[in-house]
Design a protein around this ligand. Structure first.
Ligand code: MHF
Ligand code: KIV
Ligand code: MG
Length: 284
């Protein structure tokens, strides 16, 4: 008998959650935290290009490349048993053309991801369709698109005017038609996110887009309180871990300086016989 494949959250599981059960999504970038998030029952782990900011220390997500993303994806995939893993395609990995987009999407799947995410609406629908046709599930991402917003107008609320709200609905529908299994709505006015959620059949995942979305996503380091360079209004800190980490490292450093670490319990010894021989030889 074949061993049963691990029970993973699938595209069809997510589809059937729309309107019934909210979808919990978090970012993850490494094995140890992926393992914890998976154990907590997070449905989707997004290996976000936000790693460029919170892990690599860049001022935006723009500098992150494929090689870096694939390393994070491999680590997260080894930690997640149940959660679906979505790889965030970095800036430059899908802009050059459809075949480049397919090649890089396939690299994410080979690297352990179950799906990929691309920023953009109607203008990238052809690339989304091509990736889906190649057999790779795609998550859309509209509203605030950090990869390009950082180069143009900065990180601002989207869908503030009736015109831009209508465009968001059209973008969502274009992505749905192109075959996405889900759409991230980032920093979209709550009223607009609600309408988009009603108008598409696939689940919407909100970040800073109000409670009307089918699911929610946050950056793990924001939720844990260990990324302090910025605090968007939509972030809720479920813990303030910067402080306890600082305290632990302070105490460790004090102990090292004072010669109080390591203690006997953390120290290894030779056997008495070998120690005797060692001392004898050393005497000479
Ligand atoms: N750590 C982290 N968390 C994120 O949520 C995140 C990233 N990194 N990197 C990629 C993008 C960038 N994001 C951001 C960053 C800043 C604001 C921000 O400053 N927002 C202002 C409102 C600005 C306005 O209304 O025009 C705020 O006060 O929330 C929003 C989204 C969300 N994403
Ligand atoms: C915040 C989410 C949606 C994201 O794209 C990221 O973490 O990079
Ligand atoms: Mg991203």
């Amino acid at each position: 008998m074949m061993t049963q494949a691990r029970k993973k959250v699938s595209v069809s599981d997510l589809a059937s959650m729309k309107g019934k059960e909210k979808i919990s999504v978090l970012t993850a970038y490494d094995y140890s935290t992926a393992l914890i998030c998976d154990r907590a029952g997070v449905d989707i782990l997004l290996v976000g290009d936000s790693a460029g900011m919170v892990v690599l220390g860049h001022p935006s997500t723009v500098p992150v490349n494929m090689q870096e993303m694939l390393m994070f994806c491999g680590a997260v995939s080894r930690g997640a048993k149940r959660a679906m893993i979505v790889g965030d395609m970095p800036f430059g990995s899908y802009q050059p053309g459809t075949s480049t987009a397919i090649e890089n999407a396939v690299q994410f799947i080979k690297g352990g991801c179950d799906a990929v995410k691309l920023e953009g609406g109607a203008e990238i629908a052809d690339k989304v369709k091509a990736i889906v046709d190649a057999g790779v599930p795609v998550m859309g991402h509209i509203g605030l698109k950090p990869q390009t917003s950082s180069l143009w107008e900065g990180y601002r609320l989207q869908g503030r005017t009736a015109e831009s709200a209508r465009r968001l609905v059209q973008d969502a529908q274009a992505l749905e038609k192109a075959g996405v299994f889900s759409i991230v709505l980032e920093m979209v006015a709550s009223e607009v996110a609600e309408v988009v959620t009603r108008k598409v059949s696939v689940p919407t995942i909100g970040i800073g887009s109000g409670p009307g979305c089918d699911g929610q996503v946050l950056v793990l380091h924001d939720l844990l309180g260990i990324y302090e360079d910025m605090k968007p209004k939509f972030v809720k800190r479920y813990a303030e871990l910067a402080r306890p980490i600082l305290d632990a490292v302070l105490r460790y450093t004090q102990d090292v300086k004072a010669g109080k670490f390591p203690e006997e319990i953390s120290t290894f010894h030779m056997s008495p016989e070998e120690l005797e021989k060692f001392r004898g030889k050393n005497k000479k």
